[in-house]
Design a protein around this ligand. Structure first.
Ligand code: NAP
Length: 561
């Protein structure tokens, strides 16, 4: 499957040396390019996809939709964007998100700095010149003093290496490489492998269209109901009117997201069983991002007994929706705390299993053995299929960065530095790799809060840092090894102290055979994370080593060489 749609990007000769190379044209890449241009810095952007949008460019499978409220899951830096753009739904669909990206790229004329259909394959830092040499799959290279990696958390798709894929005579697709042209599933026997957020969205969307849908589930998932609705312009104007106050509130919250319910102050165990049911049900019927439920009490992610009570509630809901008791039982997650894996938002998913044309197959007890010419074989049976959809996830958080040969000349590659799991300082920089900013990478808190806020924070931190370097005559910043060690120890400690690390998932690397297992996001709280990053800056970039290397500290001078 290849990517067929593409945008030409900017025209004209490209400078061979710039201040900054920006990798990716999703939220991070676009905001970084905008920030750099505002500072008069030269930049070149590279994007493997054919146009802007990042995850929303690639994930165009049926039913793709955001699970954080649209008003929160968007850029917050620009009052112009907020005034001009209106979301049509509480949870925007992928096509609307893609329109948003196009609007932002046009609004700030960002495409002229981006080369599309161009994958960055290497980035090598030279200590003497203080420059990164960035190579692409087209064979081009560009030099830059700084690199900003906006490569995304969920951008390296994972397909289990089932034998027989080449034998299968039907069509197969990975959800994250869905074709741009329409895929007609009507009247077809379709199999979906995977029941994470993606599989759930696909299943609930295509079931009415296909002749028969077979859902291959390995692990059942806790979910919460989305309850989508249209948004009025008045509602958005009201949100915008108190936007800055809202942002202040969010930045003071552990969860990094607001809901219509106030932040919790009591333990789940303080309520009687009846009170707890009422309290949780009030949130369940209103729907919203899973955090609405996960933060219904203040100890759901800290105390097993409290979390068990939440799990009982969700299982009771599933059993009340699904008619067939055996299917309902299979759909009830049992072997993990709720919230340890990312909780998908569903829109009628469980009701789908009451349809006559939908079958649930447990591939934990009878794993998928292989694809055959006419379908798929598990330990238990053979399934005849016309189309197979892999909703099998991503080599998340580190996969896209590790696909690039990143190293300091003569030094170890990032792959070696991260051989036991990703290490960095504040989720922002990796010791040993100067002048390279990772946006919303491992160790950052946006992953567990709101990714767009995470991206905005990472980009703004990098921009402020560049301002500081220029103002003080520096041209190099590097994370200090000791600070990195301490940060990693703290990050591991807060994850271990909670229930989030108690299940294998893409957060821990467990979904990829052989990947080192570490809880990769920072789970000390969005509010605490912001404070720690701010304090490091206020204390003169504590934990970073800043230096002047060339005597030509103005990056524009370096870039012009
Ligand atoms: P995922 O959560 O990693 O789910 C992958 C699914 O594939 C799991 O059900 C997994 O089973 C299954 N699987 C993997 N290998 C398998 C094998 N060999 N045999 C059988 N089943 C196998 O990936 P995802 O659903 O693409 O979601 C990833 C993340 O993307 C989400 O958590 C979310 O953050 C984001 N996302 C968000 C939205 C949204 O609503 N905005 C939508 C889609 C995705 P196991 O659980 O047993 O490993």
């Amino acid at each position: 499957m290849s990517d067929t749609s593409s945008h030409g990007g900017g025209a004209g000769a490209r400078p061979e040396c710039v201040d900054v190379v920006v990798v990716g044209a999703g939220f991070a890449g676009l905001y970084a390019l905008h920030g750099l241009r505002e500072r008069g810095l030269t930049a070149r952007g590279f994007e493997a996809g054919g146009d802007v949008g990042g995850t929303w460019y690639w994930n165009r499978y049926p039913g793709a939709r955001v699970d954080i409220e649209s008003l929160q899951y968007c850029f917050h830096f620009s009052p112009e964007i907020r005034e001009e753009w209106f979301w049509s739904e509480r949870f925007a669909s992928q096509p609307e998100l893609l329109r948003y990206f196009n609007y932002v790229a046009d609004r700030f004329d960002l495409r002229r700095d981006i080369e599309f259909n161009t994958r960055v394959v290497s980035a090598v830092f030279n200590d003497v010149t203080n420059l990164w040499t960035v190579g692409t799959d087209k064979g081009d290279t560009v030099k830059a003093t700084y690199c900003i990696m906006g490569t995304g958390l969920l951008s390296a798709p994972y397909s289990p290496p089932f034998p027989g894929v080449e034998d299968f005579q039907g069509e197969w697709y990975h959800s994250s490489r869905w074709p741009h042209e329409e895929v007609d599933l009507s009247g077809k026997r379709v199999g979906v492998i995977g029941t994470g957020s993606t599989g759930i969205q696909i299943v609930q969307t295509i079931a009415p269209e296909v002749e028969h849908l077979t859902v291959f589930q390995r692990t059942a998932n806790y979910t919460t109901p989305g309850i989508n609705r249209s948004l009025s312009k008045e509602e958005q104007r009201a949100f915008n009117a108190r936007h800055d106050e809202w942002l202040g509130d969010v930045h003071g919250m552990f969860s990094g997201q607001t809901s219509e319910f106030p932040a919790p102050t009591k333990s789940a165990l303080e309520d009687s069983a009846e009170e707890r049911w009422r309290w949780l049900d009030e949130r369940w019927v209103r729907g919203g991002h899973p955090q609405t439920l996960l933060y219904a009490y203040n100890d759901l992610m800290a105390d097993q007994e409290s979390n068990d009570a939440l799990c009982d509630f969700v299982r009771a809901k599933i059993r009340s929706i699904v008619d067939d008791p055996e299917t309902a039982e299979l759909l009830c997650p049992k072997d993990q705390p709720m919230g340890a894996k990312r909780v998908p938002l569903e829109f009628g998913y469980f009701e789908t299993f009451n349809r006559d044309n939908v079958t649930l197959v447990d591939v934990k007890s009878a794993p998928i053995e292989r694809l055959t010419a006419s379908g798929l074989r598990t330990g238990g049976a053979e399934y005849e299929l016309d189309v197979i959809i892999f909703a099998t996830g991503f080599d998340a958080i580190t996969g896209a960065m590790l696909a690039i040969d990143i190293r300091r000349e003569g030094g170890p590659a990032l792959e070696e530095l991260w051989a036991d799991g990703p290490k960095n300082y504040l989720g922002l920089m990796v010791a040993g790799l100067p002048n390279l900013f990772a946006i919303n990478g491992p160790g950052s808190a946006g992953i567990k809060a709101n990714n767009v806020l995470g991206v905005e924070h990472g980009v703004e931190w990098a921009m402020n840092c560049l301002d500081h370097l220029v103002a003080n005559g520096f041209d190099r910043i590097e994370a200090v090894e000791q600070a990195q060690e301490e940060w990693m120890a703290h990050s591991n400690e807060v994850a271990e102290a909670s229930l989030v690390s108690k299940a294998g998932s893409w957060y821990t690397g467990a979904n990829i055979p052989g990947k080192p297992q570490v809880y990769m996001p920072y789970f000390g709280g969005w509010d605490r994370y912001l404070k720690i990053c701010e304090e490091a800056v206020a204390e003169g970039y504590r934990g970073f080593h800043l230096s002047r290397t060339s005597g030509k500290a103005d990056r524009r001078t370096v870039a012009a060489q």
